[in-house]
Design a protein around this ligand. Structure first.
Ligand SMILES: Cc1cc2nc3c(=O)[nH]c(=O)nc-3n(C[C@H](O)[C@H](O)[C@H](O)COP(=O)(O)OP(=O)(O)OC[C@H]3O[C@@H](n4cnc5c(N)ncnc54)[C@H](O)[C@@H]3O)c2cc1C
Length: 345
């Protein structure tokens, strides 16, 4: 199929915050040949490139210069090796559909990550995570086109430098790689990750009702129920899930913090660092459900910023900055945005 490149394309339907934003040039690519054609087009006009999946973790300002490329490669392959299931998944597959596919086969490993919106190709960017599991727990490698060299290379777990909502793709090499395929390892053997507090409580209650074996379906079902109660559906109220990352404090800062706020939920993470719940900080500032004009913090989940309808990118970013400043003022903790911001006003 020939590639269609559109000039001045509205991205309102390509981001779950439903922000009105215009791409100078826009295309969707379904295979490597189309991707190469799009890149040649950009090179011939010296255009910068922005890659998008489902737009569920971006804030788009009014205009994006250059070429916006949506990666729409499809396909899931797998091989079974003993108890391991090795999956190679094209970047344009929908993450949630991949989880359903794994559940349909009774494969363990990504059931805790059910209902996370977006594409498989974007999953490594922030090392998606939920309910005690991160992509990095099942990740083997990915294939990415290196825009510096023009070559497709395989990148190992180590090369991706995964961290909490972080990877090499969010650091210095932000615009260097286009991910086209992701390899993960699932399991035929029962391996449940039910230690995350909210999930553990729900599993314990569920087990009181039925002593049947805990299957990945059961975990996915419980996680889905919790998510549906806690998170506003972006098809009803526009949002990108958590708008801020949970801040990380070292052991000295966490001691000071807990002295003043002993009831604050904190979680141990890598090294001697601790994650503080950003939602709790926002809630304690009285900002859960707070609305200003077209933007607000959700009343269901304080960490989710919502666009009630016609918010402009400037209005939304000014609102998020005011939330950041209030949390900084009260707790002396600086919140960092989870979604990536693109474009200009
Ligand atoms: C209701 C809701 C709930 C959410 N819950 C969670 C959650 O529980 N845990 C979690 O971790 N996240 C969550 N998110 C955030 C989001 O779903 C994930 O970050 C998801 O991986 C984004 O996928 P996407 O395709 O929409 O990426 P996009 O928003 O399109 O892009 C995100 C970033 O990835 C880059 N990118 C996208 N595709 C590629 C590619 N093929 N190659 C290179 N770069 C690429 C983009 O340039 C951008 O920087 C939630 C979002 C919503 C709306």
């Amino acid at each position: 199929m020939t590639l269609e490149i559109i000039n001045n394309h509205s991205l309102a339907g390509n981001n779950t915050l439903a922000l009105e934003s215009t791409a100078e040039y826009f295309c969707e690519v379904e295979n490597t040949a189309q991707l190469m054609e799009a890149l040649a087009f950009a090179k011939s006009r010296s255009l910068e490139i922005t890659v998008l999946g489902a737009g569920s973790n971006v804030v788009l300002k009014n205009n994006l210069s250059g070429l916006v490329i949506i990666i729409n490669f499809k396909g899931i392959r797998h091989i079974i090796d003993g108890d391991d299931v090795i999956l190679s998944v094209a970047a344009g597959e929908n993450w949630s559909n991949l989880v359903k596919y794994a559940l349909g086969n009774n494969w363990y490993g990504i059931e805790n990550l059910v209902l996370i919106p977006g594409s498989v190709g974007a999953a490594p960017i922030q090392n998606i995570g939920a309910y005690g599991v991160e992509l990095s727990d099942v990740f083997i490698s990915l294939d990415a086109l290196d825009l510096f060299t023009g070559e497709v290379n395989s990148m190992s777990h180590e090369l991706c430098e995964f961290g909490y909502r972080d990877s090499i793709f969010k650091k210095q090499d932000k615009t260097r790689f286009i991910i086209i395929e992701v390899k993960i390892k699932l399991s035929l053997a029962a391996k449940i990750r039910g230690d995350y507090p909210l999930l553990r409580e729900a599993l314990e209650m569920d087990m009181q009702e039925s002593s049947d074996m805990i299957t990945p379906h059961r975990v996915a079902h419980i996680v889905s129920d919790i998510r549906k109660k806690k998170l506003p559906d972006p098809s009803i109220i526009a949002n990108v899930g958590s708008f801020f990352k949970n801040p990380i404090l070292n052991s000295v800062s966490i001691k000071k913090f807990l002295k003043y706020y002993p009831a604050a939920p904190v979680y141990e993470c890598t090294g001697s660092n601790y994650k503080v719940s950003a939602g709790w900080l926002i809630e304690k500032c009285g900002l859960r459900g707070f609305r200003s004009g077209n933007v607000g913090m959700s009343s269901e989940q304080a960490l989710v910023l919502v666009n009630y309808g016609n918010a402009t990118p400037r209005e939304l970013l000014q609102f998020s900055e005011s939330i950041r400043q209030q949390v900084l003022g009260v707790f002396k903790i600086s919140l960092e945005l989870e979604p990536s911001v693109y474009g200009y006003f």
